[in-house]
Design a binder for this molecule. Structure first.
Ligand SMILES: [Zn+2]
Ligand SMILES: [Zn+2]
Length: 258
């Protein structure tokens, strides 16, 4: 796992908008695709053309704004020649994905060329998840559940021999906890320190409740607003005082093996 973006829309030296890169035996996946994702991949030695799928948690700008650049990039090869790859681009997200992409591109005076010139529909598959059924991406099984954050979803991914859950943005959510129970790796948001929470997010007290129920082997804490800068060690120790799991406070560029 490589953390591409572990912060919020407000940049700091260590963190910016959400994206996490996962590499399994046969799949390379992105969890969310916030602004800056593609260039960070290249800077961290990853190849954006190798992505097998993008899983979007919800349609806030800090999680989805690099989607159009990815769709446009897919129409070019690695040397910048207009030579579309034979491989399709698979985008997965909660209900509204088709409406979002179509409304941005189809018939748009400015972005319509992604359709009329580049024929993005020929290579882009949009898959909406409802939470009832599982999706197979090669050898990875994907399950989603709705969370209380602007029609967002959380995901559980089962790789051969390993499982991972990603909260996206959410308050402490019962559905998410049930989906994630017993996973090897829990990637959970912790936007603000307790007492200063804004919006539908989780603070450190809430995160502790989630960890107690999910009992992951490894907790990766992400989606940190600037209020957490310089307080990462105390956040980690607070969780470690109460739970027996490995804890990593995410920052952009961090590699985590599991
Ligand atoms: Zn959000
Ligand atoms: Zn967010």
């Amino acid at each position: 796992m490589k953390v591409l973006g572990s912060g919020s829309i407000v940049p700091t030296r260590q963190r910016f908008c959400s994206s996490i890169y996962l590499r399994g035996a046969s799949q390379e996946l992105l969890l969310d695709i916030g602004p800056g994702t593609i260039q960070k991949m290249v800077r961290y030695g990853l190849d954006p053309h190798s992505i097998s799928g993008v899983l979007i948690s919800h349609y806030h700008v800090d999680h989805v704004a690099e989607l159009l650049p990815l769709i446009k990039m897919w129409a070019y090869d690695r040397d910048g020649r207009p030579a579309r790859s034979q491989r399709g681009l698979v985008i997965i997200g909660p209900k509204g994905l088709r409406e979002l992409v179509r409304s941005l591109i189809d018939g748009s005076r400015y972005f319509g060329y992604l359709d009329s010139t580049m024929n993005y529909k020929k290579y882009t598959s949009l898959v909406e998840v409802s939470g009832d059924e599982a999706i197979e991406l090669g050898d990875v099984r994907v399950k989603a559940v709705g969370v209380r954050h602007y029609d967002g979803v959380a995901y559980r991914l089962t790789f051969p021999g390993r499982s991972l859950a990603y909260s996206g943005d959410t308050v402490v959510d019962e559905g998410m906890i049930k989906l994630a129970e017993g996973v090897d790796v829990l990637i959970h948001e912790c936007s603000f320190p307790s007492g200063s929470s804004v919006g539908l997010h989780t603070d450190d007290e809430g995160l502790s409740l989630v960890v107690e129920r999910v009992r992951p082997k490894l907790l990766v804490v992400t989606h940190l607003y600037p209020a957490w800068e310089g307080r990462e060690v105390s956040l980690a120790s607070k969780i470690l005082e109460r739970h027996r799991c490995r804890v990593v406070i995410a920052s952009d560029g961090l590699t985590i093996r599991f």
